[in-house]
Write a new protein. Structure first.
Length: 477
């Protein structure tokens, strides 16, 4: 095997766990007879941000209107990886764009790659490519920065590229198709990953694992449908075997599910939980499985009592769940059809069974009026006791409502009366306004929500990053 593929994972997102997309692409490369190499540029930037102000600016600014020093710092980080690429001399470089935020980092990286003398083939993929406009992707192609872009699922597309069996739907076009047979997908391969560099959970090394793609819902702010087209899932059995494979090969027992929701298919989810519970029952304490993942709250009538026993016995330690708003009116409009009573019932159950919760809220959904916002703040009063006893371990208040192209709120922008402001330090999807709010008001609401949450004892995720980002935006307001 002397043909080589070099994979790069772009900034920026919190390097909470091992990136799964590149690990899957390594598997595909190996199956096609290529030797894979890998650098996690996101991890490099994430680690560097603690060491210098300029590296921190690389992270916070998203490279938008960033100073010369900030750009220079990012270029140095890129150059180090590019020098390694030139040393390896691969036939192919594959670059993973995690989200929309990856483009500013990706554009610089791809230009440096060519400038420093890499003239082999370049492919790009990932959710950031899936949601990008044709113009952006065509501009990479016409500038000679890339040879292929892949929209949607990467497994077959990357194989076709490496084997030069093109055309294939989704490669350099928007006709991507969703892979249905999730059980037939290759397992991610973590060779070349420095697993010990990623954050640990409970002091234990953690691996990412994927049980499904897409979602059974279509929330107003979310572009998941655009990316994944339909909801698909692995069987409970297959997922259990994949977890056990990782246990045997990596001696790792803690898992982070990358699914947008782990309980999209109740039957397969319960099956996996039963298998994991059986395993945990006979395993010694230090070899029991623990896991975390994103979970949707369902109306109370859809639960059976066994659901909570299974969550506990299978090793679930935190469920991350998006309530988005504690105003029923706002939540209904954005597409989450459970009531505040359902939330109360579910939270009480989690408290009873010692399952901890991480709650995601969005400030400034387009239908959120000042009164709705005020009403939503009652969340912090009502559930203060759950912050006290650590049933709710943290909150994500986020960057305020982003209006992503392709999301259903974006499609309804004329009904929602949305126009855009021209704000130098904020992105277009952040700079929208309508009768209910503009960016300045949303940031204000976000700060009020944070203040109240902190007063009531809730922990806020990425609070400093968000505050520094808001300061940058405000300079342009
Ligand atoms: C886990 C996760 C996170 C974690 C990441 C933790 C970690 N270190 O992994 C955290 C919580 C940090 C996170 C943050 C954010 N996230 Co997020 N996240 C996800 C989630 C749920 C899973 C990602 C994943 O690992 N998927 C599994 C892997 C296998 O899929 P994949 O990477 O897409 O790879 C496949 C293809 O894309 C392709 N592919 C990938 N790389 C490559 C490379 C090549 C060369 C090729 C050919 C193909 C290819 O092949 C793979 C297999 O098919 C996704 C939704 C989802 N279900 O995917 C959202 C998602 C990626 N996140 C998203 C967003 C927006 C964000 C945030 C920007 C949100 C925000 N506004 O703050 C932030 C990032 C900024 C920040 N502040 O950190 C969006 C991205 C789309 C967009 N509009 O940009 C997604 C799709 C969710 C959504 N639509 O709502 N996220
Ligand atoms: S926000 Fe969550 S539940 Fe809603 S569509 Fe997106 S992934 Fe699904």
């Amino acid at each position: 095997m002397n043909k080589k593929v070099y994979l790069v994972n772009l900034p920026k997102y919190e390097a909470d766990t091992v990136p799964l997309g590149p690990a899957i692409m390594q598997s595909v490369a190996l199956a096609c007879g290529f030797e894979p190499h890998f650098t996690d540029l996101n991890l490099e930037v994430d680690e560097a941000k603690h060491n210098s102000k300029q590296a921190y600016d690389v992270w916070i600014s998203g490279l938008k209107n960033s100073s010369h020093g900030t750009m220079k710092n990012y270029i140095q980080i890129c150059n180090k990886t590019i020098r390694d690429i030139l040393k390896v001399d691969p036939e192919h470089v594959g670059v993973s764009f995690f989200s929309t935020h990856s483009h500013s980092y990706g554009g610089v990286f791809l230009r440096r790659l060519r400038k420093l003398g890499y003239f082999g083939k370049v492919s790009i993929g990932g959710a950031g490519v899936g949601v990008a406009s044709d113009e952006v992707l065509d501009s990479y192609l016409s500038a000679g920065l890339i040879d292929y872009y892949v929209r949607g699922d990467g497994e077959i597309a990357f194989e076709k590229i490496l084997k030069q069996q093109l055309p294939y739907p989704g490669v350099n076009n928007s006709n991507n198709i969703a892979i249905q047979d999730m059980d037939g997908l290759p397992r991610p391969n973590f060779i070349n990953f420095e697993l010990e560099r990623y954050p640990k959970m409970f002091d234990k090394q953690t691996l990412a694992i994927e049980g499904s793609r897409g979602c059974v819902r279509n929330c107003g702010f979310c572009d998941i449908k655009l990316l994944f087209l339909k909801y698909r899932y692995k069987s409970g059995q297959r997922l259990y075997y994949e977890i056990m494979f990782n246990v045997r090969h990596h001696d790792i027992y803690t898992f982070w599910f990358t699914d947008s929701l782990v309980n999209g298919n109740q039957k397969e989810f319960r099956e996996m939980l039963r298998l994991l519970s059986d395993y945990n029952r006979q395993a010694p304490e230090d070899k029991r499985i623990k896991w975390t993942g994103q979970y949707i709250i369902r109306p109370a009538r859809q639960y059976i009592e066994e659901d909570f026993d299974l969550l506990v016995n299978s090793g679930c330690y935190t469920l991350a769940t998006g309530l988005e708003s504690y105003s029923e009116k706002v939540r209904k409009h954005l597409g989450k059809n459970f009531s505040n009573d359902d939330i109360r019932w579910f939270f009480n159950k989690c408290q009873e069974y010692n399952i901890s919760l991480f709650i995601m809220l969005i400030v400034g959904y387009p239908t959120e009026t000042e009164e709705d916002f005020e009403e939503g703040l009652s969340f912090f009063d009502e559930f203060e006791h759950l912050a006290d006893d650590n049933t709710i371990t943290g909150l994500q208040l986020g960057e305020t409502m982003s209006l992503f192209e392709g999301s259903s709120a974006w499609k309804q922008r004329s009904e929602l009366g949305i126009t855009y402001e021209n704000l130098p330090n904020a992105r277009r999807y952040q700079s929208w306004r309508n009768a209910n709010s503009d960016l300045k008001q949303r940031v204000k609401r976000r700060l009020i929500a944070q203040k109240k949450a902190v007063q009531k004892g809730f922990g806020i995720r990425s609070s400093k990053d968000h505050m520094d980002m808001f300061k940058r935006w405000m300079h342009g307001l």
